[in-house]
Design a protein around this ligand. Structure first.
Ligand SMILES: Cc1cc2nc3c(=O)[nH]c(=O)nc-3n(C[C@H](O)[C@H](O)[C@H](O)COP(=O)(O)O)c2cc1C
Length: 137
């Protein structure tokens, strides 16, 4: 089976599970040439055979810049609400999205006695066929 179809099925199941507040919450990690990893929690906004899509920030927040006081953020939000009331909200200049086309996808399933099920799907390039291999846990 195509791992993207399998992933979509599992995500739908997670969406129907009330205890999972943010079923599309995921950790995005990158690593620099110096070997230092960097991670950010983002929301998965789309998934299909072309890959996984996620975006940045919003109008009201200068993401990750120091905030003097909470009221500054709330004031800015209220101002923007007034400014764009009844209008189409344009895309903020600092806002963009990414699509990751995976070459490797692994599903890890918990099983008793640490005999977990690991299925790894690999492909040579986007659009190429997937191959599934089982891995030792
Ligand atoms: C559940 C959840 C979903 C989030 N979704 C996004 C998102 O889709 N895009 C984004 O840019 N930030 C998102 N954030 C906020 C970032 O994770 C947060 O601003 C982060 O701490 C920024 O850290 P950094 O500057 O070190 O990357 C989300 C946070 C949480 C907890």
């Amino acid at each position: 089976m195509d791992p993207i179809a399998r992933f979509t099925e599992l995500l739908e199941r997670a969406r129907k599970t009330p205890a999972i507040a943010e079923p599309t919450g995921m950790t995005l990690s990158t690593v620099g040439a110096d070997g230092r990893p960097s991670a950010r929690i983002v929301l998965l906004k789309g998934v299909d055979s072309d890959g996984l899509v996620f975006f940045l920030g919003a109008w009201a927040s200068e993401q990750s810049a120091p905030l003097r006081a909470r009221e500054d953020l709330e004031k800015r939000f209220a101002e923007l609400e007034r400014k764009y009331e009844g209008k189409d909200i344009p895309r903020p200049p600092h806002w963009s999205g990414y699509r990751v086309a995976p070459l490797v996808v692994e599903f890890w399933q918990n099983r008793p006695a640490r005999l977990h099920q690991r299925e790894v799907y690999t492909r040579k390039a986007p659009g190429a066929p997937w191959t599934m291999t089982l891995l030792n846990p």
